[in-house]
Design a protein around this ligand. Structure first.
Ligand SMILES: [Zn+2]
Length: 112
């Protein structure tokens, strides 16, 4: 892939019906994003890891730096989880596809 464009049809993260809507192919290099029909199901494992990572950081900051109560930390983590969900979904898809595809200089005509 050439990384010249977004895989997603909508740049708006907070439009729930569009968050997961993706282009079929890259308009620059014709890379097919969905390698197989259920390819992006695997990205759920990545999003789980990313989500846990974010919650851990929020907990450590809240507990040791801001010295909040556990209940407040819980509320903050719940809040962060909901609002970062679209970001986490897309981020994990980007990570997931990069595990299977490498950035291809040959396909990146723009930067040559
Ligand atoms: Zn491309």
């Amino acid at each position: 892939m050439c990384q010249n464009e977004s895989m997603y049809t909508s740049p708006n993260l907070y439009n729930p019906s569009k968050t997961q809507e993706m282009r079929e192919r890259c308009s620059h290099c014709d890379t097919k994003y969905k390698i197989e029909p259920s390819f992006f199901y695997g990205s759920m494992y990545v999003s789980y890891g990313v989500g846990v990572g974010i919650a851990m950081i929020a907990f450590l900051l809240g507990y040791f730096i801001f010295e909040l109560s556990r209940w407040n930390i819980f509320l903050i983590i719940a809040f962060i989880s909901i609002f970062s969900l679209p970001i986490v979904i897309r981020l994990s898809r980007n990570i997931w596809i990069n595990i299977f595809m490498d950035y291809d200089k040959e396909k990146d005509h723009k930067r040559q």
